[in-house]
Every structure is written in C-alpha cells, then in structure tokens.
Design a protein around this ligand. Structure first.
Ligand SMILES: Cc1cc2nc3c(=O)[nH]c(=O)nc-3n(C[C@H](O)[C@H](O)[C@H](O)COP(=O)(O)OP(=O)(O)OC[C@H]3O[C@@H](n4cnc5c(N)ncnc54)[C@H](O)[C@@H]3O)c2cc1C
Length: 486
C-alpha cells in the first residue's frame, strides 16, 4: 500500500515537470519513508520503485531527523502540498514512531502551527494562551477531551492513581486495587492480572460493564474471575492510608485491603472547566459537556466541538470522524453529518468483547418482537490445548424485518471480528444474509453464519405503534454510548 502511494507521487512529480503538485499525507509519508530508507535522496531523483525495501524492514527514524528533512524540503520547495488531514490513514498502517511524525508531517505541510500551551476561550473568535498571547480566528474548535473523575468522598485519594499515570509507574504493583467497572477498569484489571499482579476490582454496581449486553457482562466477569481477578460488587473505597510498604484501603463493606496501587477508573468528565466557554456564551450540559448540533457547532456559530468534550460516543475513531466531517462542512461545503449509528466498539480484556448495535435489552425496549441467536463454546484450538477462554456470540434480530439489530461477541479477537461484522450490520444485513454466507472453517467466526437455531423470542405485551410501523432499525436505534465506569 505504501509503495502504491509513493509510486503515485513519483509519477505525478515526473509529470508535473516543476516538482509542484498536490499530495495527501499518505503519499508524502510514503515518499518520506522511501527517501529515508534509501539514504535521503531528493524527491526529484526517486530510487527505483523495485529497490524499495519492504515496510517492515525500514529503519526506525527519529523525529529530529524528520523535522530536519522537512525544513530542508520546505526551503527547497520541492513540494507545494495542499494536504487534507486524514489521521485515520496514518493509524492504519504507520508504525508507532512513524505514526507520530506522520502527524507532524501532515500538520506541518498543511501549514498548521502547533503551540504546546493551555488555551482558554475568551470570545466568539478569540483564544488566550497560557503565556498571555491572544489569537483571533474565524472558527474555534474545542477538542479538549475528557479527564478522569475522582470520588470526592474518599479520604486519602491523593495516594491513588488514574489511567493517566498507570503507564508511568516506577515499580510494578504486585497487588492492585481497581475501582470502577467500566471498560477502562476491566481492561486494566485484566491486563495486570495477566502480568501477574493480584488484582481486586470493586465497584458500586452489581456487575461490570454497564451498558453492554448482559450475556457479555456475565461472560467476561466469569472469565476474569476464572483468571484470578477478585470482584467485589456494591463496594467503594472510603479511606486510603499510606504506610512505608503499602496502601491500606477501608472499604464500604467493612473490610480493609492492603495493596501497592489503587487505580481509580470511575468515569471521565468532559474537559471544560476553566476553559472560558461559559463566559463566551457556549452552552454546556449538566455533565459539563459542550452541547453541539449535528454539525458539531455550538450555540455560538463560530465555536465548534468534537470528541470526548461533547460526550457523544467517547471513542477515538468517532472523535476523528467528527473532526473530519466538521472540516469538510466548514471548508469544503459538505453537508453530511457524522453518523453515530451502529458504532462498533471493543473492550480489550482477555477475552475481548466486541459489540455493535443494540443490546438485547435495548432491542426489546424498541421493537415488538426480538429474536435472539446465541452460542457459547470453547474454540477448537482451546479444546486441543486444554486451556483458553470461552467464546460467546449473540445476534439480536428484529423478527418483523429480519434485520440484525445488534451483534455481541466475547472471545479471542472479538475486536477484529466485530469490525468486519459492523460493515454488514451498517449496511442493513438481515439474519438471512448471514445464513446465506458460507462459513470459513475451522474458525471461531464461522459461528456467526451458522447460528440457525433461535435461542429465544421476546415479544412485548403491548407493542408500541412506533416500532410496529417502523421496522428500520437505523431510524430508531441509539448508538451504544460508552457507559459510565462505576
Ligand atoms: C485508558 C483509556 C483507554 C481507551 N481505550 C480506547 C480504545 O481502545 N479505543 C477507542 O476508540 N477509544 C479509547 N479510549 C477513548 C479515547 O482515548 C478518546 O475517545 C479519544 O482520545 C478522544 O479524543 P479527543 O480528541 O476528544 O480527546 P483527547 O484525545 O483526550 O485529546 C484532548 C487534548 O486536548 C488537550 N487539552 C485539554 N485541555 C486543554 C486546554 N485548555 N488547552 C490546550 N489543550 C488542552 C489535552 O492535553 C489533549 O491533548 C480510551 C480512553 C482511555 C482513557
């Protein structure tokens, strides 16, 4: 793919004669990587395409070197690039180090000046930086994300950490207490248990992963417990004390735990406090999220917001898409809003969860008759080795239209599987379409197209008129909103 991009750019440079042309970040990145790998030849003397090394064989390149070359490029004006920012493309195929300077390249060539300072909105077109400078702009985009929310009633909370700090720990916590039951909490509980820590996870709720399908919640809890995570439900920390060797946590159920670290993962709050938005007249909702219309514009027409700060669906690809759509809307006259329906998501525990569309409970609330297809098995490779986690797959189907309203998978590679299945569901797949699809054998995913026998039919006693006359799930389904973490 990268070679294709680079080849396209080579050809267009040759055709242009002047060396001036338009290019996408992928093409530029591809070309840069090719240049580095072959010793930094000038772009007008590209190496033979066939001599290019495979992407995996490319050397690691430091960001300083990239910046140096970019400066040289700019001076020589080899490229006069008009870049449209498409960070998704970078994430798709750029290795970690390259990802960072891929974005630098895209931003730099697009003429973006990056100022690493805190900013505050001081008017409809005005932002003040931490150093006191004021910047005027036709549009202001607020994309300040969210921050971890603490439990204010816990004494000694300063001894605990959040997901912001957990990757910077100096020593591995042999005993970890995770507070919260959302996807961030279970991901870290699962990860640290796999790394060998004794993990206790406590939460106010009666089960993990509020908002996910009940079968996935129960299945994952059982698998994590089987792996050694100790759960305590309806339980919160009340007091944290620190000794020279450990943290002592008094719990609301009367017990005291001794641990090395406490991870608070009880939810995230939109990052709007102290941002000047209220003073600028921008409406916030009760949770502090910026209220936006379908075009990501606030009630102040020049101020826009995307991503977690709007608390719509708090996921990276959603934030990226919202930003992309807004840019298209403001600067290219496009009018289609970002589509928040049937957004797939994954929970990266062991085993993983992948979900798209409605849970069984959500479907039953909205549709008159809901059919459930479910399977629960240990994959063949696990039976051969004698270990491995269970796999659960579940399809939620509108009986009237046969449309698949939701798919839920717990098992190895569930994130990968749900991404592919999400395409079919987004396109309006019916259960009959899955049945008509030939299986790939032997795979775990083949179960998705071989679940012929309905496991349950749920009929609402008094079907609402809306659902009876409205069989199209796209028009009534709600996106899976990422649940609160507690
Ligand atoms: C532990 C964890 C795991 C996650 N895992 C996944 C996952 O697997 N998949 C997934 O899709 N999503 C995941 N998410 C969610 C994902 O990270 C967010 O949805 C995404 O980062 C939102 O992007 P954003 O641009 O809105 O905000 P962010 O990525 O948070 O960026 C906001 C930026 O604004 C800056 N900022 C804040 N205030 C100011 C200010 N006043 N002035 C200047 N700059 C400011 C911040 O420093 C930050 O750089 C995870 C989140 C967490 C915390």
């Amino acid at each position: 793919m990268i070679v294709d991009h680079a080849r396209g750019l080579h050809e267009r440079i040759a055709d242009s004669g002047t060396g001036e042309l338009e290019a996408t970040p992928c093409e530029i990145l591809a070309h840069r990587v090719g240049m580095f790998a072959t010793g930094g030849q000038l772009i007008r003397q590209p190496p033979a395409i066939l001599e290019w090394p495979a992407f995996d064989e490319l050397p690691d390149i430091s960001i300083e070197r990239t910046e140096f070359l970019l400066h040289r490029e700019k001076r020589s004006r080899v490229l006069n690039c008009r870049v449209y920012l498409e960070p998704v493309a970078h994430y798709a195929f750029v290795r970690k180090q390259e990802r960072d300077f891929g974005i630098v390249i895209a931003g730099y060539l697009a003429g973006v000046e990056t100022i690493e300072q805190r900013a505050e909105v001081i008017g409809a077109h005005q932002v003040r930086l931490a150093d006191g400078r004021e910047i005027a702009s036709r549009h202001i985009l607020v994309a300040t994300g969210a921050r971890p929310e603490f439990l204010p009633f816990v004494e000694g909370l300063e001894h605990a950490i959040t997901s912001n700090e957990i990757f910077d720990l100096a020593t591995f916590p042999r005993r970890l207490l995770v507070v919260g039951g959302g996807y961030i909490a279970v991901e870290f509980a699962s990860l640290f248990r796999r790394l060998g820590a004794e993990v206790t996870e406590i939460m106010r709720a009666g089960n993990i992963l509020r908002g996910f399908d009940e079968d996935m919640r129960d299945g994952l809890r059982e698998e994590m417990a089987r792996a050694g995570v100790q759960f305590r439900f309806g339980c919160l920390p009340m007091r944290i004390g620190k000794s020279s060797t450990a943290l002592r946590v008094d719990l609301s159920d009367g017990e005291t735990l001794e641990v090395d670290q406490i991870l608070i993962a009880t939810g995230r709050r939109p990052n709007t406090s102290g941002l000047g938005l209220e003073a600028a007249g921008v409406a916030l909702d009760p949770a502090g999220a910026v209220v936006v219309d379908q075009d990501s514009t606030t009630n102040v027409p020049s101020i826009h917001a995307v991503g977690d700060v709007t608390n719509r669906i708090n996921l990276t690809p959603v934030a990226i898409r919202e930003g992309h759509v807004l840019a298209d809307h403001l600067f290219a006259g496009a009018s289609a809003p970002a589509d928040h329906h049937n957004v797939a998501s994954a929970v990266f525990t062991t085993p993983e969860i992948g979900a798209v569309g409605l849970t069984e409970r959500q479907a039953v609330e909205r549709f008159a008759i809901v059919d459930i297809y479910k399977t629960n098995f240990r994959p063949m490779k696990a039976t051969l080795t004698g270990g491995g986690e269970r796999t659960i797959m579940k399809l939620v189907v509108d009986a009237a239209s046969d449309r698949v309203l939701g798919a839920h998978i717990m098992g190895s590679e569930a994130g990968e599987m749900i991404q592919v299945l999400a395409i079919a569901i987004k396109m309006g797949a019916r259960k009959a379409d899955l049945d008509a699809t030939m299986a790939v054998h032997p795979t775990a995913a083949e179960e998705l197209v071989t679940m012929r026998k309905r496991t349950a039919r749920i009929e609402r006693e008094a079907p609402a008129r809306l659902e009876a006359s409205e069989p199209d799930p796209e028009r009534v389904s709600m996106p899976i909103s990422m649940p609160t973490m507690l």
